[in-house]
Write a protein that binds this ligand. Structure first.
Ligand SMILES: Cc1cc2nc3c(=O)[nH]c(=O)nc-3n(C[C@H](O)[C@H](O)[C@H](O)COP(=O)(O)OP(=O)(O)OC[C@H]3O[C@@H](n4cnc5c(N)ncnc54)[C@H](O)[C@@H]3O)c2cc1C
Length: 514
């Protein structure tokens, strides 16, 4: 291995592998063009990708734009649709009228003023989401977050995507190999060859011999072939906090080709977990994520069947075992794990792909010049990434701890303080007296979920923060901001097209390139 870091080898060609390849190759494009740097992706022709993971975060817009993808092509080739947030149903009380939105827009004037205390004092009979953001209403009306005249990647209302996971990786592969100079090797990795200090020198493959490199990225999914198996980094299980360990996934056809298309993820709580329901232009993808300690597979099937309706009997159900947790460390020696190889948490807030983007960006930006500085960068990467995983675990658990449901052991056990991380318990005590906000200590790093997300979940689920009288000083501005939000809601409701109509237009005419 040379001392300088010139040759990057990524093993695994799922969403993690190709996003990482694209982000690194785009950042180091001129070095690749001049032949001083290379990115090679080795992918098994025999082991398929996980093929789920269809909800994303708005960061993906920036990522796709940065790596040079056309948004129109992405819509056309990945069966993509807009996502403006998530609608959580039956999470608080379990009744039919129980729902709240976690939208993707910040509350109105979020960087100027925290509206939560004012809403708590006088919300005007509106839900927190409706009082501070138009986006719940846009979702309820089935509207798109932009117009056909809005250029690629720009938004009227902030948005992410729903996409077909089976189409996304091949789409990125074509872009990376044709436009960014990534070398693609279709071969099964059969061995990992290490130097005396533990560094990986090369991987042996069945079809393409040895592939050598200076830095290896493990994107082998649940196999964790490099970081887990070869380098022996243990897995830190967190199923004592997040109980779900199985997913039953199905794809459901629409009744009619032009059926209304939701622009949000539905997340509906059931007896021992919850169902994700994501609408793509050509089908819905959904799945029951549940705890096998709290229900049987047969009972889970029945609940899912009841959710889907009569069509369920004709559908192929795929069972996916999941294990919540992550590697104890993410970068060891000259190997760093991204994606499922780094860990997995239930997809309640679509946190996996955004974490892939953030990790790949950090690797690309901090690309070590040589082996000597790699350990310094690895330490930094590990600190940041460990913090992010911990924060996501807290945020996911928050959804469970705020429930008032006591109808099954699953919901009762979730509220057992012994299952709630200490940091989250402390934050919830703090939030009893002050609500999380933008200028909080809280938004320390590039957070996966900012304070606004916590506000939407806390107040959507009925959490009460005690409100001090002296905050009334800001009341005039707060009333003005909430008034502006109502006006904006009305304006957008009358201007924005239906979600399906816009997607059809994008397929027919395309968006204006940036
Ligand atoms: C039920 C479920 C629902 C999910 N929903 C969401 C969601 O809504 N939003 C979200 O952000 N994320 C979601 N995720 C997570 C998301 O699917 C993954 O983070 C994402 O797909 C990345 O997967 P990956 O690339 O790490 O692994 P994979 O897709 O499994 O890819 C692994 C790659 O490694 C290769 N490989 C393995 N072994 C070898 C070998 N020996 N030699 C060569 N190559 C090898 C395979 O061929 C494959 O190319 C969900 C996950 C599950 C399980």
């Amino acid at each position: 291995m040379t001392e300088s870091v010139h040759h990057i080898v990524i093993v695994g060609g799922g969403t993690a592998g190709w996003l990482t390849a694209g982000i690194i190759a785009a950042r180091h494009k001129s070095r690749i063009q001049s032949g001083r740097f290379s990115v090679t992706l080795v992918e098994s022709p025999n082991i398929s990708i996980v093929g789920v993971g269809e909800g994303t975060w708005p960061t993906l817009r920036g990522t796709l734009e940065k790596i040079g993808v056309s948004e129109t092509d992405f819509f056309r080739e990945c069966d993509a649709a807009f996502k403006q947030g998530a609608k959580f149903a039956k999470w608080t009380t379990g009744t039919d009228d129980d729902y709240y939105y976690h939208p993707l827009m910040f509350p109105q004037g979020f960087t100027q003023q925290n509206l939560a205390p004012h809403w708590l004092r006088d919300g005007g009979g509106r839900s927190f989401c409706d009082a501070v953001s138009p986006q719940g209403q846009l979702c309820e009306a089935g509207l798109a977050p932009k117009m056909i005249t809005t250029p690629e990647y720009q938004a009227v209302a902030n948005y992410a995507y729903h996409l077909d996971a089976g189409k996304f990786a091949p789409f990125l592969m074509r872009h990376c190999t044709q436009k960014l100079g990534v070398r693609h090797v279709l071969a099964d990795v059969t061995g990992v060859n290490q130097a005396g200090n533990g560094d990986i020198i090369s991987v042996s493959t069945e079809q393409a011999g040895e592939v050598a490199g200076d830095l290896f990225v493990d994107c082998t999914g649940f196999h964790a072939l490099l970081l887990g198996k070869a380098l022996g980094v243990p897995f830190r299980d967190c199923s004592d906090v997040l109980f779900c360990d199985t997913a039953l996934a199905v794809q459901v056809p629409f009744d009619e080709e032009d059926a209304p298309l939701a622009s949000h993820t539905h997340s509906t709580a059931l007896k021992a977990g919850w169902v994700w329901d994501i609408a793509l232009p050509t089908r819905r993808g959904l799945g029951y994520v549940y705890s096998s300690r709290h229900t049987s597979e047969e009972a889970a099937h029945e609940e899912l069947a009841a959710y889907v309706g009569p069509k369920f009997k004709d559908l192929k159900v795929r069972k996916i075992p999941i294990r919540s947790g992550h590697r104890e460390t993410f970068w060891k020696n000259n190997c760093v794990a991204v994606g499922l190889a780094a860990g997995f948490l239930e997809p309640l807030e679509a946190s996996a792909i955004v974490l892939i983007e953030l990790s790949a960006k950090l690797i690309a930006e901090q690309m070590p010049a040589n082996r000597q500085v790699m350990d310094i960068i690895a330490r930094r990467f590990n600190e940041t990434t460990l913090y992010r995983w911990g924060r996501i675990i807290d945020f996911l658990k928050l959804h469970y701890t705020l429930t008032q449901r006591t109808d099954t052991a699953f919901w009762r056990d979730n509220c057992d303080p012994a299952t709630i991380p200490e940091r989250l318990q402390n934050l919830m005590t703090l939030w009893t007296y002050q609500s999380p906000w933008f200028f909080d200590e809280f938004d320390r790093l590039e957070e996966v979920f900012p304070a606004a997300s916590y506000q939407y979940v806390l107040y959507g689920m009925g959490f009460k923060t005690e409100v001090e009288d002296d905050e009334a000083a800001d009341a005039v501005r707060a009333r003005r901001l909430m008034g502006e939000n109502l006006a904006l809601t009305q304006r957008l409701r009358s201007q924005l097209p239906k979600n399906r109509d816009l997607i059809r237009k994008i397929h027919d005419f395309g968006l204006q390139p940036v």
